[in-house]
Design a protein around this ligand. Structure first.
Ligand code: SF4
Length: 117
């Protein structure tokens, strides 16, 4: 599993969405500047360029980050003690009881708070 040195994940659902929103805001700003200041551009070209920027800067990076997230969390979601615990939240790979990320090597409670689903 590819985790960073702190044992947390490079991407979480929250970070993927927040970065996508951040990039979308930049793309919207650029699109508005484009339609305002670039005189040669007509509306249909502007729409096409905006859609290309949205795909290139928002959607494609989200897909890549989500694939990395799935790779990183697959083993945790499939085969750890936490995966069978009622406090485990697979969408965030999180222990809801302790509000900590779970990894393949680290069970935050050490198994003491485990309860079946
Ligand atoms: S309570 Fe313990 S076993 Fe259950 S999800 Fe949290 S860390 Fe994992």
């Amino acid at each position: 599993m590819a985790e960073n040195v702190e044992g947390t994940y490079r991407n979480t659902i929250g970070s993927i969405v927040s970065w996508a929103l951040f990039r979308a805001a930049i793309v919207i700003g650029l699109a508005l500047l484009l339609i305002e200041y670039v005189r040669w551009i007509d509306y249909s070209t502007w729409v096409a360029l905006t859609l290309i920027m949205i795909y290139a800067a928002v959607i494609h990076p989200m897909q890549v980050q989500y694939r990395i997230y799935q790779d990183e969390t697959k083993n945790v979601i499939d085969g750890t003690l936490c995966a069978s615990c009622r406090y485990f939240e697979p969408t965030g790979v999180l222990c809801s009881k302790l509000d900590e990320h779970v990894s393949e090597d680290v069970i935050p409670c050490g198994g003491e708070l485990w309860e079946p689903k």
